[in-house]
Write a protein that binds this ligand. Structure first.
Ligand SMILES: [Fe+2]
Length: 334
């Protein structure tokens, strides 16, 4: 591979493909995702140690495996073709980032042909694959459909004490572009969020950091994961179902000023938040200019339980965790 190929701009060729979550609450996760958010449950799977869900033709999008982490243990990113994947792998090895190929069993568990794993920023398992296993089996969902396709299955927001390093990782390896920034002062602390896009989706990764003191009070590797429903009715129905099932809203329905997405944030059985959204704008690359906004929400997104300290997140009040991060450095591969 020559240098010009390695330098090729691969923007638009990578999208979020699946997530593996580890939890001891499989039954609750099944209720939450199937009856609450309205995903398709893969009922034919026989394992007692994992459950999986579809939202489109991909045989698996969310996989919940039994274990005590109550956290994301892997994020899968789908790459357009083998040539692009080779460019990414070359960039990783050039930076001496170890790349490990999946076993057959691991690939099977994720519903992909094979994948390559690296330890990303904040020790996040990043898994890269080209080919997902698809199925024509009809979907049995309470949501009309989810928006995936070229934009991928949504986005993740990650808290970091090394936001510029994390940003550089996504820019150097995946040619991520900056969509915009939000800064908001909450209880005297400035929260800075940078929104990165890998494709037409306004952001696939949002990186949040506290400006004055570099603390990371979020226990989990991902602060929230966003999924995109296809209609306003999908959003409002899922909101009502989740409430009826007793799941607490970290933030009720509201709208973000930057991507204009309408969404709510519900607390998952593992304690982190899942955002279900509708109608985020699609970036026009020829006219887009990064902007800074000064509020996370233009309206709504009120906490259901205002007596709890909800700021950017339910977990942001976890100061014990925040203080422990001050003495443990955050891992960064570059
Ligand atoms: Fe979000």
């Amino acid at each position: 591979m020559n240098t010009s190929t390695i330098d090729r701009d691969i923007f638009g060729s990578v999208r979020m493909g699946y997530a593996v979550i580890e939890s001891n609450k499989l039954k609750d996760w099944k209720t939450f995702l199937q009856q609450g958010l309205g995903l398709h449950f893969n009922a034919d799977e026989k394992s007692i140690n994992e459950i999986s869900f579809r939202m489109d033709k991909h045989s698996k999008r969310l996989i919940i495996q039994k274990g005590s982490a109550e956290d994301f243990v892997a994020l899968g990113w789908q790459v357009e073709d083998q040539e692009t994947l080779n460019i990414i792998l070359k960039r990783l090895t050039e930076r001496e980032i170890t790349v490990e190929k999946s076993s057959l069993a691991e690939a099977e568990q994720r519903g992909v042909k094979e994948f390559w794993r690296i330890l990303g920023p904040k020790k996040q398992n990043i898994e890269l694959y080209v080919e997902a296993k698809l199925t024509d089996e009809p979907l049995n969902m309470l949501t009309s459909s989810f928006v995936t396709d070229k934009a991928g299955m949504g986005h993740v927001a990650i808290t970091s004490r090394k936001p510029l390093k994390m940003q550089r990782f996504w820019q150097e390896i995946f040619n991520a572009r900056i969509s915009d920034y939000i800064e908001q002062v909450i209880s005297g602390v400035t929260l800075d969020i940078t929104f990165l896009r890998l494709n037409e989706r306004h952001h696939s990764v949002a990186i949040a950091t506290t400006r004055e003191i570099p603390l990371d009070p979020i226990r989990t590797k991902v602060q929230h994961m966003n999924l995109q429903g296809a209609s306003l009715d999908d959003l409002s129905s899922a909101f009502q179902r989740c409430k009826q099932l007793g799941y607490e809203m970290a933030h009720e329905i509201g709208q973000h000023p930057n991507d204009k997405e309408l969404s709510f944030y519900v607390i998952s059985p593992s304690g982190f938040e899942i955002e279900l959204g509708w109608a985020p704008l699609v970036v026009n690359e020829t006219t887009w200019k990064p902007t800074t906004y000064f509020a996370i929400s233009s309206w709504g997104h009120k906490p259901e339980n205002p007596t709890k300290l909800y700021m950017f997140s339910t977990n942001l009040s976890n100061f014990k965790q925040g203080i422990s991060t001050a003495i443990h450095p955050e891992y960064s591969p570059i």
